[in-house]
Each structure stands twice: as structure tokens, then as C-alpha cells.
Design a protein around this ligand. Structure first.
Ligand code: NAD
Length: 239
């Protein structure tokens, strides 16, 4: 039985699947990840993305932060690919319990997924640091410099920057879902960004599938490894 057949069989047998994903889920939608050869770490900026997307950089150099953020993180024309779409269908069919994502692009929800735990927040929510009024991503894209609220306060994306902690409630719900999962599909993540990557250790079943272009530190722990493009892999599955 090849990898895709086994993946399909396990999906057919399961009804509490959890999907845990990262930036690689959205590369086929045209959003660059961080660590692939054409990812953001290999493009030339004065400082690495990890520095620009850190809390201390945001506090010190907001204008530069927003220049990078508008240019590289706000990919508002991107559309869900076959991976996002099939995952939404699996949830709709009552087979998938949750998507736990490190992505901030909102593509799972655009594809129709309902239970999505966004460990690193979302570019689609931006709040005034003074009065807490919320603004959408289009608003931030259309402004220049530091985006401001009607009240004059500065906006901050509801995105977890490096050096910032994850939201407790999101982490708790993600852990609960992973603990209860009868199958865990991990895809498009290098599994090097902590604490997010550590959450998959809460899975205790025997159907952990890793789908990734490159090898990851957790390959040896997986019950099945599929090396390939995640959108292409999901396009071969039937729900
Ligand atoms: P990463 O860039 O560290 O790793 C991406 C992984 O996906 C790599 O191992 C790569 O080989 C693999 N990959 C790329 N395209 C793939 C494809 N089509 N099919 C299968 N695998 C593919 O990303 P990460 O592990 O998510 O961690 C980086 C951090 O960057 C995360 O915190 C995430 O929030 C953030 N980020 C998010 C987005 C987004 O929202 N789309 C984009 C860039 C970075």
C-alpha cells in the first residue's frame, strides 16, 4: 500500500482527525513560507524576518515593521488551495475535529473551516492599542506608515510576534483537541518554531501522518511520512 492509500484508509477509519499545519500549507496559494529556498529567510532585507517580526523591533521601529508587514505578510489576494478545501470538507462531513494552525493568513476559514485554532493569531484582526477597536487587514493595507485608529491610537496586528507568548485559551483548546484526536495529520511545517511545534507531542495515538516537502525533526516519530506538496497530496484524497 503506498503512502496516499494508507492516508486515505486512515482518514476513512477516523472521525476525530486533527490537522496541525504551518506556512507550507499556504505556499501553493502563493504565500511564501519562512524556510524554503524561496521563503522569506532567503530574500534580502536589512534584517532577518525573525528580527523584524519580533516584539522589540515592533516597539523600536514600527514604520519599518509595517513596511515589511504590508509587503510580505498581507497577501490578501491569496485563495485557499486543495489542502484548505479538503480539510474544510472533512470537518463538514464530521470527520475532522479541528485545524490547529501556525498560519496567520485566514485561508482555512476562507475555505469554510469552522474550528480553527490560530496559535499565532491572524492578520485579519488588528486592534487599537488605546481603545481596542478592531480593524480588518484591508484597512491596514490601505494606510501608510503606522496605521491609526479614529481615536488616534496606534493599531497592532493580533499576531503573535517573536518574544510574545501564545494565547492560553487557544493553546488549551489545541491541546485538548490533539489529545482526543484519533488521527493527527501534520503538514507544511518545519516543526522548529516553539512552543507551537511541541503541541503535537500531546498526540498519543498510532496514526500520526507527516506531509512535508522537506524532512522535519519529527519524521522518526511519525507513523507515516509523505514527502510531497500538501495541496497535491490532498487533491488525490476523496472525502
Ligand atoms: P516554515 O517556513 O518554518 O516551514 C515551512 C515548511 O513547509 C518547510 O518545512 C517546507 O519544506 C514545507 N513546505 C513548503 N511548501 C510546502 C508544500 N507545498 N507542501 C508541503 N510542505 C511544504 O513554517 P512554519 O513551520 O509554519 O513556521 C514559521 C512561522 O512563520 C510560523 O509561526 C507561521 O506563523 C509563520 N508564517 C505564516 C505564514 C502564513 O500565515 N501563511 C507564512 C509565513 C510564515
Amino acid at each position: 500500500m503506498d503512502g496516499i492509500d494508507r492516508l486515505q484508509k486512515w482518514i476513512d477509519e477516523s472521525n476525530k482527525i486533527v490537522f496541525f499545519g504551518g506556512a507550507g500549507v499556504s505556499t501553493e496559494s502563493g504565500i511564501p513560507d519562512f524556510r524554503s529556498v524561496d521563503g522569506l529567510y532567503h530574500q534580502h532585507y536589512s534584517e532577518p524576518p525573525e528580527t523584524i517580526l519580533s516584539h522589540s523591533y515592533y516597539v523600536r521601529k514600527k514604520e519599518e515593521f509595517y513596511r515589511f508587514y504590508r509587503d510580505k505578510m498581507l497577501c490578501l489576494d491569496a485563495k485557499p488551495n486543495e489542502a484548505h478545501i479538503k480539510l474544510a470538507e472533512l470537518e463538514n462531513e464530521g470527520k475532522l475535529a479541528a485545524v490547529v494552525t501556525q498560519n496567520i493568513d485566514g485561508l482555512h476559514q476562507m475555505a469554510g473551516s469552522k474550528t480553527v485554532y490560530e496559535l499565532h493569531g491572524s492578520v485579519h484582526r488588528n486592534y487599537c492599542q488605546r481603545c481596542r477597536k478592531m480593524y480588518n487587514a484591508e484597512y491596514v493595507l490601505d494606510t501608510e506608515g503606522i496605521p491609526k485608529c479614529d481615536c488616534g491610537g496606534e493599531l497592532k496586528p493580533d499576531v503573535v510576534l517573536y518574544e510574545e507568548g501564545l494565547d492560553d485559551n487557544t493553546v488549551t483548546k489545541s491541546i485538548e483537541a490533539i489529545k482526543e484526536a484519533d488521527m493527527l495529520i501534520v503538514g507544511g511545517t518545519s516543526l522548529v518554531v516553539y512552543p507551537a511545534a511541541g503541541l503535537i507531542n500531546y498526540y498519543s495515538g498510532n496514526k500520526m501522518v507527516l506531509i512535508n516537502l522537506a524532512s522535519t525533526p519529527k519524521n522518526a516519530a511519525a507513523d507515516l511520512v509523505i514527502n510531497g506538496k500538501i495541496g497535491e497530496v490532498f487533491s488525490k484524497l476523496h472525502v
